[in-house]
Design a protein. Structure first.
Lengths: 317, 332
């Protein structure tokens, strides 16, 4: 299978007064063309940081930024910042940031705002061509074309979020990272937006990375699921294997805490708190909260290959 | 929905309306936002009821009116048989706790937990510091923030989202109210923490025989938490039923749409498009005539749904009521 994205041993640590925050720790995964990878995990586990690492959108206080990010076989981490900005970010990989719908510029018409990446990257020769591309992007996400003249405040939350997605699509990128695209929306708007994304996925070759803590919603789009815990990927599996049968003890607990409408179950929660990323526990990072821990867990488990997936847990050694 | 008033209800709400006047340039009246428009229900001692509906349908306005924070435009609120108004309001407020929407904005950032929890006691005139201290400790124990001494001097930003939410609960409970109104108490939290907080609220409810009004747009948590459910749309209650009954047999087209939209974690979801009603929730400044859902409804009966407000019917099971023309006679 052709891999659009291959991430190898990505590390992203932030400097703070109390020591480095290991927000992304040796993360590796592949993403084939046209596939969607859902990245799930609790708040603060490093999902957004991982996306920032892939798109090289780094804050000032970076302490460590290492590893490889291959886009169609080219290690884009090795490109200098200028080339990365001109050729990669927003051009071939785009991001719909967390809370994007609330960060649209209030004084620009949304059409002009969506056209910005095109003009900035000189993807079009004139304004007319740019607006044509904007209308194309609007069609893709189901925003009426005459909305190009409106301002963000004149749109509902669902429409604003679609505009934010259109802005990521307008340069026709190969990879789009969606960071919590529906968490702020209510169920009907959420279902509507998921329909839009499903159609987009079916009709295009775009690969998506869907970042969310909403596990039920992640199943609407995912072909493959990566579970993050304390900066690390602890399980990565095909969606059809993962949802019916999560294997890592953390994934199991996470799934058991998801309320379901259609099946009866006793809801569980995970006792204790996620560990600090400043001095993460040695060995397995989940062990203090894990019911199946044993002596071996003092040593850090690698991502182990099991029958149909990879799991970072000694139970499967 | 109207219901024969029953003497031993904890709370009884009859035909409640809360409208906000809209003015342009401060003096030209444009009209009224009909945020809550004719809501009636009853809550027994120790009972939990959920209010669900889309963003903007009037849930928070209903909550704040019940709490006495907004004056109702019309209608009555009765608490333990006494109408809540005028001089009865102060004593009533001591009997209801409020968990407000948005946990992150709910706690004052510059006060330590101890002070946050003492505040309502001071306001209610508990003068003795030892007594206050005792009650603060008890409240923290009740929400399982132990050992209490580890938390008393912490500021909100030093607490996790779940711990902050527990402090909010402790504060709502500290005056030992008979009723708690919890507005989206868990919507900002992770699934696991969400379950933890809801179970805590459930336990507090059972132990202290608390009445709880649980407001949420997330139907999937409701069945784990309450006995009864009210579905609101555009300022009105469109359906009310015991939770199990409503989930098994939703009557109102809006309720059906709401249920159909909620995914369970299942890989087959990715293969199908969801059926979602077209359009957007109605403007409450100029709500549509007739049934407020009619412009989005697939079962629209022209000439009826768009003309006259639907009466309340109880077509399926006792206690399962809905306001929809599908279940009523044309001349009702
Ligand atoms: N610039 C930064 N400096 C220091 N620490 C940071 C910085 N950005 C993020 N962090 C920390 O890194 C960790 C991971 O944060 P991140 O935003 O990636 O989590 P997340 O999984 O996206 O969470 P959420 O679901 O809440 O969005 C957190 O502990 C966060 O506080
Ligand atoms: N103080 C106010 N003045 C004028 N209009 C208001 C006021 N408070 C709320 N509204 C309007 O009343 C309607 C109902 O708002 P409300 O906050 O009760 O909805 P909600 O169901 O709680 O929504 P959400 O799920 O987003 O919290 C909305 O149209 C809102 O804009
Ligand atoms: Mg994030
Ligand atoms: Mg609200």
């Amino acid at each position: 299978m052709e891999q659009v994205l291959r991430v190898e041993q990505l590390n992203l640590h932030f400097r703070t007064t109390r020591g480095p925050v290991q927000a992304v720790d040796r993360v590796s995964f592949d993403l084939p063309r046209g596939f969607t990878l859902a990245v799930i995990g609790e708040s603060g586990c490093g999902k957004t940081s991982m996306a920032r690492g892939v798109l090289r959108l780094l804050p000032r206080n970076v302490q460590t930024y290492t590893g490889s990010v291959f886009l169609n076989g080219t290690d884009v981490m090795r490109l200098d910042e200028d080339r990365f900005r001109r050729e990669i970010r927003w051009v071939r990989m785009a991001l719909v940031p967390q809370a994007a719908m609330n960060s649209l510029n209030p004084v620009l018409r949304v059409g002009d705002q969506v056209a910005e990446p095109l003009i900035l990257h000189r993807r079009v020769s004139d304004k007319k061509q740019a607006l044509e591309r904007v209308r194309e992007a609007f069609r893709l996400v189901g925003v009426p074309e005459d909305f190009t003249h409106r301002y963000a405040f004149e749109l509902s939350g669902g429409m604003r979020q679609r505009v934010a997605i259109a802005m990521a699509l307008v340069t026709r990128p190969e990879l789009v990272v969606l960071d919590e695209p529906t968490s702020a929306l209510d169920v009907l708007t959420q279902a509507n937006l998921m329909n839009v994304l499903k159609r987009l996925k079916r009709d295009s070759e775009i690969s998506f990375m869907l970042i969310t803590h909403d596990i039920a919603t992640s199943s609407e789009l995912a072909d493959r699921v990566a579970v993050m815990y304390a900066g690390q990927i602890v399980e990565i599996a095909d969606a059809r294997h993962f949802y019916p049968d999560p294997m890592h003890p953390y994934s199991k607990k996470l799934m058991a805490s998801v309320p379901t409408l259609r099946q009866d179950k006793k809801l569980e929660f995970i006792p204790g708190q996620p560990p600090s990323l400043i001095q993460p526990p040695t060995g397995c990072r989940f062990k203090d909260r894990c019911a199946s821990r044993n002596e071996r867990c003092a040593e850090e488990p690698p991502l182990l290959e099991t029958r149909d997936r990879k799991v970072r847990c000694w139970l499967y050694a | 929905m109207p219901e024969a008033s029953n003497g031993n209800a904890l709370l009884s709400v009859q035909n409640l309306q809360t409208w906000f006047e809209m003015r342009r340039w401060g003096f030209i009246r444009v009209g009224f936002v009909q945020a809550v428009d004719g809501v009636s229900f009853e809550l027994k001692h120790g009972e939990a009821i959920a209010v669900v509906g889309e963003s903007g349908c009037g849930k928070t306005t209903l909550a704040r009116t019940i709490l006495g924070l907004y004056p109702p435009t019309s209608g009555r609120i009765t608490f333990e048989g006494r109408e809540v108004k005028g001089s009865a309001l102060r004593q009533y407020r001591a009997n209801v706790g409020y968990v407000q929407q948005d946990p992150y904005g709910a706690l004052p950032p510059f006060l330590p937990v101890q002070r946050i929890l003492e505040e309502p006691l001071i306001i209610q005139g508990v003068r003795d510091p030892a007594e206050r201290n005792h009650r603060v400790r008890k409240a923290l124990e009740a929400v399982k923030m132990t050992p209490v001494d580890n938390f008393l001097s912490k500021f909100p930003h030093m607490l996790s989202g779940g711990q902050q939410q527990r402090v909010v609960l402790a504060r709502a409970k500290i005056l030992e109210p008979k009723l708690i109104v919890a507005d989206e108490p868990v919507s900002m939290l992770d699934a696991s923490v969400r379950v933890e907080i809801l179970e805590l609220l459930r336990e507090l409810q059972r132990k202290s025989n608390l009445g709880v009004i649980y407001i949420t747009h997330d139907l999937s948590t409701v069945r784990f938490f309450t006995e009864r459910i009210m579905v609101m749309y555009g300022g009105k209650v469109v359906e009310e039923a015991p939770v199990k009954e409503l989930l098994a047999n939703p009557l109102h087209p809006y309720t059906r749409a709401l249920l159909a939209a909620i995914p369970d974690p299942d890989p087959h979801n990715a293969e199908v498009q969801k059926e979602v009603p077209p359009g957007e929730p109605p403007s409450l400044l100029n709500p549509p005539p007739g049934c407020r859902f009619h412009p989005r409804c697939a079962s629209l009966i022209a000439g009826r749904c768009d003309a006259k407000e639907p009466p309340i019917a109880e077509p399926a099971a006792p206690g399962h009521r809905t306001a929809c023309w599908l279940y009523a006679d044309g001349d009702a």
